[in-house]
Design a protein around this ligand. Structure first.
Ligand SMILES: NC(=O)c1ccc[n+]([C@@H]2O[C@H](COP(=O)([O-])OP(=O)(O)OC[C@H]3O[C@@H](n4cnc5c(N)ncnc54)[C@H](O)[C@@H]3O)[C@@H](O)[C@H]2O)c1
Length: 380
């Protein structure tokens, strides 16, 4: 049985802690909780009596944890994770790995220097049966050479009330961005997991209809190796938002929503249709297959949170009986995309990968300066 502590027991951390406390994670138990807010600790211990600490060192000394789940605001992920990994304690950090690529790379170096301590990240959408099937199809080559990827995520609706709720939310100084870094980091991880890192990105951002300094809308155009092109659209102020991923290839195409996916396979491939066409048009035999999230999983995820799957995998990896859902180091990829989009939207430039970490650090400092003066960064 592995001893796990939860660092930060706010909205998300208290869900992780409850799942551990209630024995929903095989091979792991909640050894204690830590939060800088005594009130947050009290809220949790009033329901679930566990050792609670405002000081992280004291928590570690008293509970001697094998692993820790970090669910604090973004800027604190790196210092907390690094200090735990350096002590040989396994870490499962909430997303994003950091607020800027430079910090994520620094944490990755720390993790590499402590290979005996597991390092994972809470990319729970990788456990979606729909995205898992998409990964299988793309990796197996079932779509052939990829031509186009498009992801539209406009179903993270957030009202002004949401932004007014939490001190650290929706600010450059508190979380390092808006809809891209807070909500869409999940889908951007899925995007890079499926089709890799782009060569370049051109982006436009806006802060529409909300009194915040960060973006709640982003439009990106990406170019990838081998001629693949793509778009990523995000918005947090649309009612009846959309959540669709399309990947189109020479031999097939997938259209994935949140809970189901259509897979079309072409016989022959588009290349072959084009080579043999005797008219201005062409067609192939198209076979369609549908894949679903699955009712049982849907209900379980709705009740306990999709995050429980990642927590269970973390415990299994700690016990040597399974694997992490996502290695912590992979957190840098979606983050690099986000940082590149911010630079491009701010400067109007096409930004190429790898992103210069120092350049983004300077850009982020400028964003924070603008914020201090009360201005929005992206004004259209
Ligand atoms: N995986 C998901 O689907 C998902 C969903 C929601 C939030 N999150 C992530 O979880 C994290 C927390 O979000 P939240 O909504 O629970 O925020 P929250 O504000 O509700 O909770 C954060 C908690 O961390 C505590 N805290 C702040 N600084 C700390 C520090 N240095 N050490 C210890 N405790 C500290 C605060 O007192 C608070 O109790 C964020 O990274 C967020 O992006 C992930």
């Amino acid at each position: 049985m592995k001893n796990i502590i939860v660092v930060g027991v706010g909205r998300m951390g208290s869900v992780h802690a409850e799942n551990l406390y209630k024995g929903r994670v095989k091979g792991a138990r909640l050894a204690g909780i830590q939060d800088v807010s005594a009130e947050a600790l009290k809220r949790f211990t009033a329901k679930y009596p566990v050792p609670a600490f405002t000081d992280l060192n004291e928590c570690v000394e008293e509970t001697k944890p094998d692993g820790a789940v970090i669910a604090t605001p973004h800027y604190s992920h790196v210092p907390i994770a690094a200090s735990l990994l350096e002590r040989g304690i396994a870490v499962l950090t909430e997303k994003p790995e950091a607020a800027e690529i430079k910090e994520a790379l620094r944490l990755n170096e720390t993790a590499a220097a402590h290979p005996d301590a597991l390092f994972g990240i809470m990319y729970n959408q990788r456990t979606s049966p729909v995205y898992m099937k998409a990964k299988e199809l793309v990796s197996s080559g079932a779509l052939g050479k990829l031509k186009r990827v498009s992801m539209t995520i406009t179903d993270w609706y957030r009202s002004q009330n949401y932004y007014d709720m939490g001190g650290w939310r929706a600010s450059w100084s508190g979380e390092g961005g808006g809809v891209m870094i807070n909500q869409c980091v999940h889908q951007l991880d899925i995007l890079q997991w499926l089709v890799g890192t782009p060569l370049s990105i051109e982006a436009h951002a806006d802060t529409a209809g909300r009194n915040i300094t960060v973006e709640n809308e982003m439009y990106c155009y990406m170019e990838y190796p081998d001629g693949l092109k793509g778009t990523f659209t995000a918005s947090a102020h649309e009612l009846k938002g959309t959540n669709v991923l399309e990947i189109s290839g020479d031999k097939g195409k997938i259209v994935a929503g949140k809970y189901s996916m259509k897979f079309y396979s072409f016989e022959p491939s588009e290349c072959e249709v084009n080579r043999t066409a005797k008219k201005g048009y062409g067609s192939a035999k198209v076979r369609k297959k549908r894949y679903f999230y699955g009712l049982k999983r849907l209900i379980a995820d709705a009740i306990y949170g999709q995050q429980l799957n990642v927590l269970r995998a973390f415990a299994a990896a700690l016990n040597g009986t399974g694997e992490l859902v996502a290695a912590g180091e992979e957190g840098a990829r979606a983050l690099e995309f986000i940082n590149a989009a911010y630079i491009s939207a701010y400067t109007g430039e096409k930004v190429t990968f790898p992103v210069d970490p120092d350049r983004y650090s300077r850009t982020l400092s400028e964003f924070k300066e603008k914020e201090k003066e009360g201005g929005k960064v992206f004004v259209r």
